[in-house]
Design a protein around this ligand. Sequence first.
Ligand code: FEO
Length: 396
Amino acid sequence: MKFKEIKNSVYYCGLNDCERKIFDELIPLEHGTTYNSYLVKGSEKVALIDTMYPKKTDLYLKNLDENNITNVDYIIANHGEQDHSGSIPALLEKYPEAMVVTNAVCKNNIIEMLHVDESKIQVIKNDDELSLGDKTLRFMIAPGVHWPDTMFTYLVEDNLLCTCDFLGAHYTFKEDEIFAPDSKELEHSAKRYYAEIMMPFRGVCKKYTQQVKDLNPDMILPSHGPIYKNPKFILDLYADWTADEGKNLVLLPYVSMYGSTEEMIDYLVEKLNAKGIKTEKFDIVTGDLGDLAMGLVDATAIILGSSMVLASPHPMAANVAYLANLLRPKAKIASFVGSYGWGGNLFGKLGEMLSGLKLDVIEPLLVKGKPDSNDFKKLDEMVEIIYTKFSSYHLV
Ligand code: FEO
């Protein structure tokens, strides 16, 4: 594969992974992903920015050969996670004169995880510069998007910014087009990616979104997905997703064994919609966790529905509560509805699992078997409370 030039001797040398169906063994991939690596040829030195997922190392090295890359002086490691650092040991064997350049936190990760010799790593600090001759690399330490070791690399003369995982998307290149379309399809992939990988660090992401806006790069070169020739496209989306206020949206994930819990969820949807409140019903059993995570990006309220199994919430509802707690969405309000046969404590365990979120919990409703007229009255009260709160947030 011939490397594509992005701008002035800066090349894309990463790979598509169209076959990959799931990332982190958690979120299904709709379009596979890419592992981006960038080759920067200065007048005196050559640098690779980020490397390759270990399983793709052989192909990555073969492509470097086919493009006659006989010398690499610097391997810039923006992040220690192995989808970007995994090929460093193989690169150091291929180019023994190369030095790995990274920050102190990432250095430790690379030594501990990949067993790279310390003498092969050059440590830089925030704002340090590295000259390649007619090109300068400037490093911006950006801990928390999404690991403590993350940094960005700015190509000063070309005004290009390599943002590592930040601002990326699990999205493969169509017909080898490496530049991003400003499309709804890419927006969807970038939002799923943000939900799983960046949302737990929303405050930090918000800060770096503004910092990147202020830098005003000509292009953003992330480590997954296409290159943004129009940085505004992804920066505006991040500004929206990282905003402190949620949207007019109640997310209702549920699992229902005999239909009673779903009946209550459907009733809530109908009554909330009648009040002008938008809803997203999510069947936990058949749904895609990526869609659930996307709903969590925007929702101001979550109502979790669960049948009881062995006097406890259904394990699939527990999985959703556990995931939501990890992803740290901005939702402010929660409640729970459920149905049991012979016993159970619906809120106790689910509430505990969501304890990492600062949620205002509306009185949950647990019914025996099918809901009756009295139960529907309680659901009406739940809707009224949500409406009052949404009104106070100026969402309806
Ligand atoms: Fe794409 Fe955090 O690695």
